[in-house]
Ligand binder design. Structure first.
Ligand code: HEC
Ligand code: HEC
Length: 229
């Protein structure tokens, strides 16, 4: 009976909050923010895919001790296994699945890469495999860094039209039209706008992001520049 009351309560909260958010959505939809809201919904659909997120949790739990948080090898384990071997290099999802499921020996690699098929569920293997495809690709990693930290100002499409962009003058840059090189981008991202004689609104990321994450996001930015009109 007690549980039922709780369930009922949860249901009421759920329904009323759904009602609330759809009211907010329709309000916002009626003005200019519509575009940005649609953008963020696409973002949720496309990139914060549940499977990938779950895969990240599996990875942290079972794999990062050897392979490191970012797939570049845990330095302490590297001494034991050889650093190069612990780096997750770009490969196909099928291959990742094979080595994860059946261990290193199954793909003519070191038996020190364990067999995971008895430890992990089918779903966990599929999720972590998906996560590895992102983890091993600098541009995809950079895209994740961008989506996590930059879209509020620069927008989901990096066109400078993030939800908060209207608050600032000068507006956040349209990064798809940037004429700056990688060195410049690395500097402004690391040290912030003010250090470059630009708006102080462009934050200093050097302390919040690792140098790897900054490299990755700069690499990602290089792939989205539109050359001509
Ligand atoms: C006890 C340490 C250890 C753990 C934990 C571990 N691995 Fe490994 N893994 C290795 C070693 C050692 C290799 C290198 C095998 C070789 O190249 O000979 C490796 C290689 C790999 C590779 C191939 C890397 C490449 O690009 O060459 C993948 C992919 C991989 N592991 C995935 C995983 C996943 C997924 C998990 C977690 C579910 C995991 N590993 C957990 C030790 C480990
Ligand atoms: C709080 C808002 C805000 C956030 C968050 C933000 N930026 Fe900016 N960014 C700006 C503003 C504003 C400018 C323009 C500065 C100017 O023109 O003086 C800018 C400029 C830049 C430039 C210079 C582009 C050019 O072509 O000159 C780069 C590169 C950049 N941001 C990258 C990033 C990255 C990468 C992130 C996330 C890690 C990020 N920004 C997060 C506000 C922001």
């Amino acid at each position: 009976m007690k549980i039922n009351t709780h369930l009922l309560l949860a249901l009421i909260v759920l329904i009323s909050s759904a009602g609330f958010s759809s009211t907010v959505v329709s309000d916002i939809n009626s003005n200019k923010s519509k575009r940005h809201l649609t953008d963020s919904r696409n973002l949720v659909d496309k990139t914060l895919k549940r499977s990938q997120t779950r895969g990240g949790i599996v990875y942290k739990h079972y794999c990062s001790a050897c392979h490191g948080q970012t797939g570049t090898g845990n330095p302490r384990r590297a001494k034991l296994y050889g650093k190069d071997q612990l780096v997750i290099k770009p490969n196909t999802a099928e291959w990742y699945e094979k080595i994860t499921r059946y261990g290193g020996e199954a793909v003519q690699r070191s038996p020190l890469m364990p067999v995971w098929q008895d430890e992990l569920s089918e779903e966990q293997i599929a999720d972590v495999t998906k996560y590895l495809t992102v983890l091993s690709d600098p541009v995809r990693r950079g895209k994740t860094v961008f989506q996590t930290n930059c879209i509020l100002c620069h927008g989901v499409k990096a066109d400078g039209r993030g939800r908060a962009s209207v608050l600032y003058n000068p507006r956040p840059s349209d990064l798809t039209r940037s004429d700056k090189n990688e060195d410049y981008k690395r500097l402004i991202v690391t040290n912030g706008g003010a250090a470059m004689g630009r708006s102080e609104i462009m934050p200093v990321w050097g302390e919040q992001l690792t140098s790897q994450e900054i490299e990755d996001v700069v690499k990602f930015l290089g792939t989205i520049v539109v050359k001509n009109e």
